[in-house]
Design a protein around this ligand. Structure first.
Ligand code: NI
Length: 179
């Protein structure tokens, strides 16, 4: 088990546009994914993008397959490895919702996101992923894939009156981790 250091906002490596993965089912890719899963679990994250641990490729993982103390009210999202993703909004509806990010520890903000999306990409073996989702699942995918374009959620916010410290905004939330 290798928990990697998560880069924090302000690190220029979080602002890069990541290149596509070109080789699937390699030892290096599987090792990277194992490290990312360990790192996400250790931080109680709902998702993690490779650039957040300083690896500049189009790879994200996400999922809330057990109750997550950081998102106790969130619906379950299947654990997913998503490579070279493409997102298409299915209609014009935008939803506001609270987000946090392991690269912006201790804070939450309300972010407008597409309510319904189709996303496509590949898993670590090169098999196609093609899903149509809404709600929290759609939000998590948009948040994680933004990391591949050098975007952190505060850069998507429109109302900074709804941005602050988790311990102040949600005093009842599990404080056992730093986000
Ligand atoms: Ni994030």
């Amino acid at each position: 088990m290798t928990v990697r250091e998560i880069l924090k906002m302000g690190d220029p490596r979080l602002l890069r546009v990541a290149p596509a993965v070109t080789e699937f089912d390699t030892d290096a890719l599987h090792l990277l994914i194992t490290d990312m899963l360990d790192t996400m679990r250790a931080a109680n994250g709902a998702g993690l993008a490779a650039p957040q641990i300083g690896v500049d490729v189009q790879l994200v993982i996400f999922g809330t397959d057990s109750l997550n103390p950081r998102y106790p009210d969130a619906p379950l999202v299947p654990r997913t490895v998503l490579i070279n993703p493409e997102i298409t909004a299915l209609d014009a509806e935008i939803e506001n919702g609270w987000e946090g990010c392991l690269s912006v520890p201790g804070m939450r903000g309300v972010v407008p996101r597409h309510a319904r999306i189709r996303y496509t990409g590949f898993d670590q073996y090169g098999d196609v992923i093609d899903r149509t989702v809404d709600g929290f699942h759609a939000r998590v995918v948009q948040h994680e894939c933004d990391h591949l374009m050098g975007k952190l959620y505060p850069m998507r916010m429109t109302d900074f009156t709804q941005f602050g410290f988790t311990e102040v905004l949600f005093p009842g939330l599990d404080a056992s981790d730093d986000d």
